[in-house]
Design a protein around this ligand. Structure first.
Ligand code: NAD
Ligand code: MG
Length: 386
């Protein structure tokens, strides 16, 4: 029985994780669940999975959650300390890190320090603080399993091969809803258009990141840290069908790929049960039903965010954390209808231009860079709307 703490249990990844847990009651036990604002869903998950601990992001929501869980045997906590307690519960063996954004940093770091294995969905932790997290993982001797589908595919394509024989990692990208939209038309796209992803059903922030292709930029940085691979050895191929989830090329010219229907339950199940494979409930792949698989290079002028992500890692140090923070603020402003789609990359670029990168060597310093990036990006957004 593997004992789990699921951070961000009410989100898209969290809900899919609990579907797998529910399908394998003999394998997994839920020790802790945490959520941001969706108290009703959290309460119903508490009723179904009987965790010992439940935590909400805001202390102010604790009384309401207690009311919703009246009569249930669960310790209810709030605030960052509550999330940390959930992430570090004594019995927990594996933490599913599925909070969205930089808010995932502190609880995930606490889980690693407490010696927990990590199933990592929250890519922002590696984007903002990759070197610090990977050093912590090494120092604590914990296992870090990727949940992101591309990184799970790379991880699977590396199994049984020697790391020194790898020549390239090739991440695939669907290209999102605007792959075939002309650049001039992007100025007028709506929030509804941007949330209409052709292949994947995901949370709102990552869906917008997919539309700008910032998601792929974050994933290149994630792969750089996770697989200790230089940026120039990580290529991005647009693959609109999202069937090949990523590939690894070896020095002899052979390429290993992982294929499957686009459903996050497959990489989640693999992270939870590695090295075994368990049923994930996804539809089997029938290649004869598809109209071919296609691949081409991304347009870095149209998808400016992808180029900015590369620039952030070239500048290094505090820049990726600032880039990530500016992206979170710009995406939120777009989702709230305060800035148009094309301004997302401009806000990020202006924030990065205003930032002299400096060395960061602790989570606290990452959070300071994050705060600086948020404040600067928010003021740039205000300037755009005034
Ligand atoms: P989501 O928005 O659907 O869910 C996010 C979860 O985090 C929710 O439970 C929410 O309540 C919680 N949360 C939000 N803000 C919080 C805060 N300040 N403090 C504590 N909890 C907070 O997001 P998602 O799509 O499930 O994505 C989660 C993470 O996984 C992201 O980092 C995303 O990039 C990554 N990811 C998601 C997918 C996907 O298919 N959804 C795929 C790959 C990677
Ligand atoms: Mg992905």
């Amino acid at each position: 029985m593997k004992k789990l703490s699921i951070l961000g249990s009410t989100g898209s990844i969290g809900v899919s994780t609990l579907e797998i847990v529910a399908a394998h009651p003999d394998r997994f036990q839920v020790i802790a669940l945490t959520a941001g604002k969706n108290l009703e869903l959290l309460a119903s998950q508490i009723r179904q999975f009987s965790p010992r601990i439940a935590a909400v992001a805001s202390e102010a929501d604790v009384p309401r959650l207690k009311e919703l869980c009246d009569g249930l045997k669960v310790e209810i906590l709030g605030g960052v300390q509550g999330l940390v307690t959930a992430a570090t519960a004594d019995e927990t063996e594996m933490v599913v890190a599925a909070i969205v954004g930089a808010a995932g940093l502190v609880p995930t770091a606490a889980a690693i320090r407490a010696g927990k294995d990590i199933a990592l969905a929250n890519k922002e932790t590696l984007v903002t603080a990759g070197h610090i997290f990977m050093e912590m993982v090494d120092a604590e001797g914990v296992k870090l399993y990727p949940v992101d589908s591309e990184h799970s595919a790379v991880f699977q394509s590396m199994e049984g091969h020697r790391r020194q024989d790898i020549s390239r990692i090739i991440l695939t990208a669907s290209g999102g809803p605007f792959l075939n939209t002309a650049m001039e038309q992007l100025a007028g796209v709506t929030v509804h258009d941007a949330l209409n992803h052709p292949n994947w059903s995901m949370g709102r922030k990552i869906t917008i990141d997919s539309a700008t292709m910032m998601n792929k930029g974050l994933e290149v940085i994630e792969a750089h840290w996770l697989f200790n691979t230089p940026m120039e050895k990580i290529a991005v191929n647009i693959h609109p069908q999202s069937i090949i989830h990523s590939m690894v090329e070896y020095v002899d010219g052979c390429v290993m790929a992982q294929l499957g229907m686009p459903d996050m339950k497959a990489p989640i199940a693999y992270a939870l049960s590695y090295p075994e494979r368990i049923t994930s409930g996804i539809k089997p792949l029938d290649l004869t039903e598809l109209n071919g698989l296609t691949f081409f290079k991304p347009d870095l002028e149209k998808f400016r965010c992808l180029a900015l992500a590369y620039q952030s890692i070239t500048a290094g140090q505090s820049m990726p954390a600032v880039m990530n923070a500016a992206n979170e603020i710009a995406v939120e402003a777009f989702l709230d209808g305060r800035i148009p789609f094309m301004q997302i990359s401009r806000v990020i670029e202006s924030t990065m231009q205003a930032h002299p990168a400096h060395k960061i060597s602790s989570i606290e310093e990452v959070l300071e860079a994050d705060t600086w990036g948020r404040r600067t990006a928010a003021s740039i957004c205000r300037g755009l709307t005034n």
